[in-house]
Design a protein around this ligand. Structure first.
Ligand code: AMP
Length: 572
């Protein structure tokens, strides 16, 4: 049985090099010496998961519980922990530092194995309540050396932060077992489990992999079109034009039979249905009014399951409601029946990834659409997205106006010959949105407001990412207007629960950078007020984007290009 310390040392070696090939070689060497069971566990761990994607279990441990566990073990004040967390930015690095200064932890022998850790994490997932979860983590950390604790905490926080993504694990497996990397990626997508993929690769059985439903497949994303000439340039052979619905991107899995207990989804009439958000989280229960209508889609011809890609939108009768209505149903633990009735929703399908026992992502859009059109998607709750095929852009202005009149955000233009590329933002899907400039940003700090908002954290500092490849956050602005009182209360409570450091006696809170906002503004200007070197003039919050992960917010490059379009004096 392989030790946890060996896993941790391998992770340290991987973190120490920036070269992708060397990372893959180190990982390959490590995997090579492991027994099958440890290969499964460590492949998942290195890909950033604890359980396979199709497994609905989560350890579900928050920053506050980690803080209690770590400060108890290290015997330090919470304020000291918070101060170091702001400095180091990663709870794993903090626990390593504080335990390295703790004589007892420093002298502990390494006794933990990967197997032991995994079974503790399974127990943790089965526990309810912060108190019992915190005590299990405390007991686990008590047995760990500083380096082991560092990686336990990183796994619990959901990111090893060693510059290694799931793709690098796929690379390492392909190199080690001398199989094509595309095959490993394909099997990982089919099974939703990098651990199972590793075993199939080791035993040269990748060909035997079968599609498993009920794990989210990464979503294909769109790029903004600068103007309509870009459409002509990218898709000279013709394209599809669809309405851009303003809702929550959702992937629907529907399958017959019961399957394993730990699978995602809900069973109804012998059929399992699961909904996944763009962040790959399960949201079936938030939209439980869609479960039965979706289950009814399984008919004789689609008996073997379906995966649909689309959007959940708020809609009453034929009238599409504003996105803000849908917001009321998001981010809640419980969605009450009254709310379900107050905000009716429908699922609009615009793509299909699996049907009739066939994985369709390598088929061109034209073919996928024909299959989608053959399904009965025309009920009150389940609809097909509008889709027209065009040869040139002359009709696009009229389509845009019509889409806006229907209550939608704009248009999506898609290359009819394009395959579905999971997780990729390419030029094969172009989005044409409203004319005003917006940025997707993440809240990094919140400040108490004034007047009737004096009891709330209602003034938000927010940041963009440095670039597509560099996730460091850079503050760009601060806004307080645009939200309803109910939204301010909700964000304020969220910020209190996710504070990592309090300043000025709690008047200002540095928060975990997780909550995404869409903001608009009059202009972008150079400024030394924020570390991005830019500031927004008259920023207003358009909406909270709980559906968007931080990894997809805008970057400094976008901000720079918005600033370049304006030749204005600085507002420092
Ligand atoms: P954005 O959120 O601005 O990056 O725009 C991309 C999003 O548009 C997707 O993730 C979907 O949620 C949404 N969307 C709405 N309608 C469509 C459509 N017809 N095809 C693809 N994406 C759509």
């Amino acid at each position: 049985m392989s030790s946890l310390i060996e896993f941790a040392q391998t992770a340290e070696n991987i973190a120490a090099t920036s070269k992708r090939t060397i990372k893959a070689l180190i990982l390959g060497d490590y995997f090579n010496n492991l027994a099958d069971e440890d290969l499964i566990t460590s492949a998942r761990f290195f890909a950033g998961y604890i359980f396979p994607l199709r497994d609905q279990r989560t350890v579900n441990i928050g920053g506050a519980a980690l803080l209690t566990a770590i400060t108890t073990i290290a015997n330090i004040e919470k304020s000291k922990y918070q101060e170091r967390l702001v400095k180091l930015g990663d709870p794993g690095d903090v626990v390593f530092e504080v335990l390295s200064n703790n004589l007892k932890s420093k002298q502990l022998p390494s006794t933990l194995t990967l197997h032991h850790l995994f079974s503790k994490l399974e127990q943790l997932a089965a526990l309810f309540g912060t108190k019992s979860k915190t005590s299990l983590v405390t007991e686990l950390l008590r047995l760990a050396t500083p380096l082991e604790a560092k990686y336990i905490v990183k796994l619990l926080a959901g990111d090893l932060r060693i510059g290694l993504k799931e793709g690098a694990v796929e690379d390492a497996l392909a190199r080690l077992f001398k199989v094509p990397v595309a095959k490993v990626q394909w099997v990982n997508m089919l099974t939703g489990d990098i651990g199972e993929t590793a075993i199939l690769a080791r035993h040269q059985r990748l060909e035997q992999a079968k599609m498993r439903l009920f794990h989210p497949i990464k979503f294909m994303l769109a790029s903004p079109a600068d103007d309509l000439t870009e459409v002509t340039k990218q898709m000279p052979q013709g394209f599809a034009v669809e309405d851009k619905y303003d809702g929550i991107r959702t992937q629907v899995h529907i399958g017959g039979g019961k399957g394993e207990d730990s699978l995602h989804g809900t069973i109804i009439n012998d059929c399992r249905v699961a909904l996944f958000s763009r962040t790959l989280d399960e949201i079936t229960w938030t939209f439980r009014d869609l479960i039965e209508p979706l289950a009814q889609l399984i008919s004789d011809d689609t008996d073997n399951g379906l995966i649909l890609d689309g959007e959940i939108i708020p809609i009453r009768g034929a009238k599409i409601l504003p996105f803000q209505e849908l917001q009321k149903r998001l981010g809640r633990k419980q969605v009450k029946q009254e709310l379900i009735e107050e905000v009716p929703v429908a699922f609009i399908a615009y793509d299909i990834l699996y049907a009739n026992n066939r994985v369709l992502i390598d088929e061109p859009l034209k073919e996928r659409r024909t299959i989608l059109d053959s399904l009965r998607l025309d009920t009150e709750k389940i609809k097909r997205g509008l889709h027209k095929q065009f040869d040139d852009i002359s009709g696009l202005d009229a389509e845009f106006t019509a889409a806006r009149a229907r209550g939608n955000e704009g248009l999506m233009v898609k290359d009819l010959n394009s395959t579905y590329k999971p997780g990729r933002r390419g030029k094969e899907w172009l989005k044409i949105k409203r004319a005003i400039a917006t940025l997707d940003v993440v809240i990094t700090a919140a400040e108490v407001g004034t007047g009737k908002r004096a009891r709330f954290l209602s003034d938000y500092t927010f940041a963009v990412r440095t670039s597509e490849t560099e996730p460091t956050l850079l503050n760009i602005g601060k806004a307080y207007s645009g939200l309803t009182d109910a939204e301010v209360t909700e964000i304020s409570n969220w910020c209190r629960a996710h504070t990592i450091q309090e300043l000025e006696h709690g008047r200002v809170c540095i928060v975990e950078p997780k909550l995404v906002l869409e903001v608009t503004f009059d202009r972008v200007q150079p400024s030394s007020r924020h570390n991005s070197g830019f500031a927004l003039r008259f920023p207003r919050i358009l909406r909270i984007r709980t559906d968007k992960p931080v990894a997809e917010i805008d970057t400094l490059e976008t901000v720079q290009s918005l600033a370049e379009t304006e030749d204005l004096p600085s507002c420092t």
